[in-house]
Ligand binder design. Structure first.
Ligand code: ADP
Ligand code: MG
Length: 337
């Protein structure tokens, strides 16, 4: 378990990179941190292996405060943490084999043991045939696989990923995210992934924290946060992958419509998606409805549905419909044109 307790960080020069950050990351979780550039994500991540130290508060791994460890204790803790970078950080003059071997050489392992472990790691990341290649001869995705193999070399229990897919095209990103999911499920590593790419959070993570100006402004399961984003910044991120707004042309048309109606945005999560809610509103409340917009997204194996519907009728009837919808556990929100 990784814990940030009231963590603050002010750099020399007065930049407040982190402000009162509190987070708990469970063992075996895939935890994503999303935020725009400068939000403090890398600073936060680098505190886990004490590359940065908090100005206030503390960071704990399994109950051990990492920022006050002695040099030897820190070496032990760092061995249990692997790190993956946006720009791969490979040594260009070393082969793939040699790059992956670096952490093991630093640990003074015997050469036979190193050879066996590197072979195993290259098999795992599906690069066995590239052992003697140099980084310059690899694609971005292959370079990141080398970076991941190197990060896994010392059998860590935690993997830190700093924008690990931000330099890759979407297809390669997906294959790297699949590899990370495999690392989590088959090796049981806890993964902390900081990124400005919401797609990464959507596809890979189980929990998410949203950062803005050094603060965590929202956190929870990906399903809950994506299903009902609260803060403006979270809404902005989530809307790019799960649109929930009416197209502008349609909005303008509706503004001119003189009939008596309300527009409601409904969010269905999980089982509630299967209710024939519109049909029930039509028949049980004798209300006419129309669908203006609908999207259905899979998140962590659950379904998130967003419907924007037009409900015709008097104010009273519409109020009745809102209560009826709520009785199914579906949240509705009136859309103001
Ligand atoms: N070593 C440093 N010295 C001074 N300011 C820094 C240093 N590292 C980061 N910062 C500042 O801290 C803030 C957060 O940076 P960072 O953690 O890199 O954000 P992110 O990874 O979300 O882009 C930024 O304003 C950045 O300029
Ligand atoms: Mg960063």
């Amino acid at each position: 378990m990784i814990k940030f307790k009231n963590v603050g960080k002010t750099f020399n020069g007065g930049v407040e990179a982190l402000r009162d950050v509190n987070l708990a990351i469970e063992k075996g979780d895939i935890f994503g941190v999303i935020g725009f550039s400068g939000a403090g994500k890398s600073t936060l991540l680098r505190m886990v292996n004490a590359l940065e130290k908090p100005t206030s508060g503390s960071v704990e791994i399994n109950g051990e405060v990492v920022d006050t460890l002695s040099y030897d204790e820190l070496r032990r803790v760092r061995k249990s943490i692997g790190m993956v970078f946006q720009q791969f950080n490979l040594l260009e003059t070393k082969t793939v084999f040699e790059n992956v071997a670096i952490p093991l050489i630093l640990q003074k392992e015997k050469s036979e043991k190193i050879a066996a472990r590197v072979k195993e790691l290259l098999d795992f990341v599906e690069l066995s045939d590239k052992a003697e290649f140099f980084p310059g001869e690899l694609s971005g995705g292959q370079k990141q696989r080398v970076g991941i193999a190197r990060a896994l070399a010392t059998n860590p229990s935690i993997l830190l990923c700093d924008e690990a897919t931000s330099a890759l095209d979407p297809e390669t990103t997906d294959s790297i995210l699949d590899l990370l999911a495999k690392i989590n499920s088959s090796l049981g590593l806890t993964i902390l992934f900081v990124t400005h790419q919401i797609q990464v959070i959507q596809r890979l993570c189980r929990h998410v924290a949203v950062m803005e100006g050094g603060r965590v402004v929202e956190t929870g399961t990906v399903l809950d946060v994506f299903g009902a984003p609260k803060e403006d910044i979270t809404k902005r991120f989530v809307q790019t992958v799960i649109p929930d707004k009416l197209p502008e042309t349609l909005r303008q048309d509706l503004k001119k419509d003189k009939r008596s109606f309300s527009i409601l945005r409904l969010r269905f999560l999980g089982e509630t998606t299967k209710e024939n809610l519109l049909y029930k509103i039509n028949t049980n409340l004798k209300l006419e409805t129309g669908v203006l917009f609908a999207s259905v997204t899979e998140l962590q194996g659950e379904i998130l549905g967003i419907f924007i519907i037009q409900v015709f009728g008097t104010e009273e009837k519409i109020k009745e419909a809102i209560d009826y919808i709520a009785s199914f556990g579906v949240t509705s929100q009136e859309v103001i044109l």
